[in-house]
Design a protein around this ligand. Structure first.
Ligand code: PLP
Length: 613
């Protein structure tokens, strides 16, 4: 059982000796790193970031594009920028910049705070591209960046932005930032993230506006600052054909603008969209191209168009975000409870005389074997239906009902064990029907918002026991008080997990490929905040090193963020304890002490009755 790691894992993560290991240094097992941080007192969910994985993906981009630039004798140069909207967290951005020093790798910003991050952390000489709607203040920031000597391009989304740039140019003087035009393409992407492309998209200039922009730039003697055209047809483009279509359209627009007098135009920014394989299941592969094919198509098509139209081959910019960031982060989540775990033999309270159907269930439980397992399972489910009806009609009591639930769960567990190595379609149906519910110490709204909002699934697997066949069809519940906080069992992409006794051992699940978009899109529903995070690097001996821990916010800080007066909260709670007649005076100090302990901790669960967490 490899949970599709060969499909989505990209050799970043491997399975060795039944554990997930990181394919770097001495290949440490994730579970060992988790144990390490828990021994240091960090409980609840944790997010690990791996800078070597960021580097690997950026290197892959440069290697492939540079290969095809060389193979096709292409005249332009390859550049890449990281779109900050995909992950603005400091432990991501600062490490990404460290890992990419010496490459033509910069940052893309879509808002004022993102631009400030870009201006502060971009490596010297590498590009900054500014997309998104801009006011005069944001444009002025671009001019400040140019005055700092940065290689910045403001791509305009509408003619009004261009007019503002001309206005600010007069006010602030040279040096000016470069100007880019975002073009509204006819072509659009496909899939759930494809809304940013196409003629009806929110962004970019139509052909009419492009012609007007060119005139405006010429009239104001700013045409030499027009260096780039930009397009973006959407994120997670799963097929190559829309990319090719968009490239043909954009390549021709570039050539036409050049011929119409934009002689400094030398860059095409092809946006993001390079897809990530999130699927864990062979039949659900979602991408129909490789990075190789993508890079080859981009270089080849742009060369063809430039040569046909007799214009210089432009530099190529790419804004791949998801591709660079997704796999660098893994979220580790402790399992707090298996709901059927409460059904064990000790919970049986059989009476001297039991209803006949319960006697029969008990008999089934004691005599079930490999041969009769399916039949007995059907019988037991049938009996359960009848017994529950008898309860509703008042013929059996609560003890009988509880015995029914316990016996049926025990029979199910035995049956699954007998049948686990048989590939019976019936077993699949049964697994679909009788799922185990795993309660996980995390929030889907905080950590996997795209699952909640878009139904995007992420690879998930246990960190160990991978040499043992998992037997339980699993649905995953988070700890928010919201019924949407569930990843239900889906028989088209089934998840099976182990039947573990959490009183005896810990069990952790890893959610992979969560490094793109999830963190800033995550919301604090029920006031569960960003989990504690660590950056994991490797020393010269290949041992892992934990760096730059950022702890999940404590409860007082969370309330402070909501603009509560936390001093007032502390004062009120203290006063209420002091005024309470139910707490003896000599215990009040102790109660206040315990209260403060809770206030200084984060909102995730620390202990759950019965589990070791
Ligand atoms: N560039 C722009 C303008 C975007 O809007 C986006 C996100 O949709 C990206 C780049 C990053 O896209 P992706 O993460 O799919 O590479």
């Amino acid at each position: 059982m490899d949970y599709g790691i060969k499909i989505w894992g990209n050799y970043d993560y491997l399975i060795e000796d039944g554990k997930v290991v990181i394919n770097e240094g001495n290949r440490p097992a994730l579970i060992d790193i988790v144990k390490d941080v828990r021994e240091q007192g960090f409980k609840g969910p944790v997010l690990f970031r791996f800078p070597h994985i960021m580097k690997k993906h950026v290197n892959a981009l440069f290697n492939k594009f540079n290969k095809y630039i060389k193979d096709y004798e292409y005249g332009g140069t390859f550049y890449s920028v990281f779109p900050l909207k995909v992950n603005q967290y400091p432990n991501f951005v600062t490490y990404l910049m460290k890992q990419t020093k010496g490459k033509r790798y910069g940052l893309e910003a879509g808002s004022k705070p993102e631009l400030i991050i870009a201006m502060s952390y971009v490596n010297e000489g590498t590009p900054i591209v500014v997309n998104g709607f801009k006011d005069k203040e944001m444009i002025s920031l671009g001019f400040i960046s140019a005055k700092m000597g940065q290689n910045i391009t403001l791509t305009i989304e509408g003619l009004n932005e261009l007019e503002t740039i001309l206005e600010v140019a007069k006010e602030m003087g040279e040096p000016y930032p470069n100007i880019g035009l975002r073009i509204k393409l006819h072509s659009s992407g496909i899939g759930i993230w494809a809304k940013s492309g196409g003629i009806n998209s929110k962004f970019g200039l139509t052909s009419v506006e492009l012609v007007e922009a060119l005139k405006l730039l010429k009239d104001s003697k700013m045409i030499d600052y027009l260096t780039m055209i930009h397009f973006h047809i959407g994120s997670q483009i799963s097929e190559i054909s829309p990319v090719k279509k968009a490239l043909r359209e954009a390549g021709n627009i570039y050539a036409e603008l050049y011929k119409m007098g934009a002689k400094s135009l030398k860059r095409i920014d092809i946006g993001g969209g390079l897809a990530v394989e999130y699927s864990q299941h062979k039949l659900q592969h979602s991408i129909n191209y490789t990075l190789d094919e993508y890079a080859s198509d981009v270089v080849f098509l742009l060369k063809m168009i430039a040569n046909n139209k007799n214009v210089p081959e432009p530099d190529i910019f790419i804004e791949a975000g998801r591709f660079v960031a997704a796999s660098h982060a893994v979220l580790i989540v402790p399992v707090l409870e298996l709901f059927s775990q409460e059904y064990n033999e000790q919970k049986l309270c059989l009476k001297e005389v039991n209803p006949p159907l319960i006697e029969e269930l008990y008999e089934l439980y004691n005599t079930i074997n490999e041969k009769n397992a399916i039949e007995y399972l059907h019988d037991s489910l049938d009996h359960m239906e009848s017994l529950l009806t008898l309860f509703d009609l008042g013929y059996i009591d609560l003890i009988d009902r509880s015995n029914t639930e316990v016996l049926v769960h025990l029979i199910i567990r035995k049956a699954i064990n007998f049948l686990k190595n048989k590939n019976l379609s019936e077993l699949r149906d049964i697994q679909d029907m009788i799922q185990e519910r795993y309660l996980l110490n995390f929030s889907i709204f905080q950590s996997l918002p795209d699952y909640w909002g878009l139904g995007q699934t992420f690879p998930v697997m246990p960190l160990d026991k991978l040499d043992i066949t998992p037997t339980r069809s699993a649905s995953l519940w988070d700890i928010t008080c919201d019924s949407d906080g569930e990843i239900a069992f889906d028989s088209t992409k089934p998840l099976f997990l182990h039947d573990v006794d959490l009183k005896k051992e810990d069990y952790f699940l890893g959610f992979f490929l969560v490094g793109a978009y999830q963190e800033t899109l995550g919301m604090e529903h029920n006031l569960f905040t960003h989990p504690t995070e660590f950056v994991v690097t490797f020393d010269e001996e290949g041992n892992y090193v934990l760096n730059d821990v950022i702890e999940a916010q404590n409860i007082l800080d969370i309330l402070d963020d909501l603009d509560y007066d936390v001093k007032d909260i502390e004062r009120r709670l203290k006063q209420r304890i002091e005024d309470s007649e139910l707490i003896p005076d000599d215990e009040k100090k102790e109660v206040i002490g315990s209260l403060y302990l809770v206030l200084s901790e984060n909102s995730y669960l620390k202990t759950v009755a019965g589990s070791r967490n």
